[in-house]
Ligand binder design. Structure first.
Ligand code: BEZ
Length: 211
């Protein structure tokens, strides 16, 4: 069954390039990114895994634990990681799940049979410290994901979780944000003592709190 926003991310145990992992134990109290790859030894996936490894410091800064998945077996993953370092200049620095029996892929609805019977699509799940699914993105196999966008969304999600603000269209880190409509003006006075700009009663703009 499809996993939707607000659902509890299902736990699982899986073989990975870093040994057997219990997903919840791996995440601990951190945020998580679980993302799938159609197949080992494929060009787009190779670039994505290199880029996610390059961005390790950015994920760490945001308390995000990253974990990848491909339906190929562990020995294939072990052969492929050398190619990732050689061609992308960054060694894989997070676990890559081997899912040849499709256990995790099916659990997370990563196989879309009308796209491919055999391979996963490019799914992304961002999971909060409460283990709830905060974001899902699905790309086709032929399109590499935009990891700057993934970091941008994580920043937005964390701002909402920590400061009760939402982010407007095309928002970038450092730009003004919006007080969520569920915060009354009364409560907003406590949360945003520096004040805000009211364009409409439902559209209240504040500087990004944690800038
Ligand atoms: C790739 O990672 O390059 C890829 C994988 C499956 C289909 C198309 C492209």
């Amino acid at each position: 069954m499809a996993i939707r926003l607000g659902d509890t991310a299902p736990n699982f145990t899986a073989e990975t390039t870093e040994g057997t992992i219990d997903f919840y134990e791996y995440l601990g109290n951190n945020w998580g990114v679980l993302f799938s790859h159609p197949k080992d030894f494929t060009p787009v996936c190779t670039t994505e895994l290199g880029e996610a490894s390059r961005l390790k410091a950015e994920f760490d800064k945001r308390n995000v634990k990253v974990i990848g998945l491909s339906v190929d077996p562990l020995d294939a993953h072990k052969g492929w990681v050398g190619d990732i370092e050689e061609t992308q200049g960054h060694a894989l620095n997070f676990p890559l799940i081997a899912d040849p029996d499709r256990k995790v892929s099916v659990l997370y609805d990563m196989i879309h049979p009308n796209a491919s019977e055999n391979f996963t699509v490019r799914s992304v799940f961002v999971i909060g410290p409460d283990k709830k699914v905060k974001l899902t993105i699905t790309y086709p196999a032929s399109t590499g994901r935009n990891f700057d966008e993934l970091l941008r969304v994580i920043d937005s999600l964390q701002l909402t979780a920590n400061y009760s603000v939402a982010t407007p269209v095309n928002w970038k880190h450092g730009e003004d944000v919006i007080i969520v409509p569920t915060v009354s003006d009364e409560d907003a006075k406590q949360k945003f003592p520096g004040g805000w700009k009211t364009l409409k009663p439902y559209l209240r703009i504040v500087p990004q709190p944690n800038k």
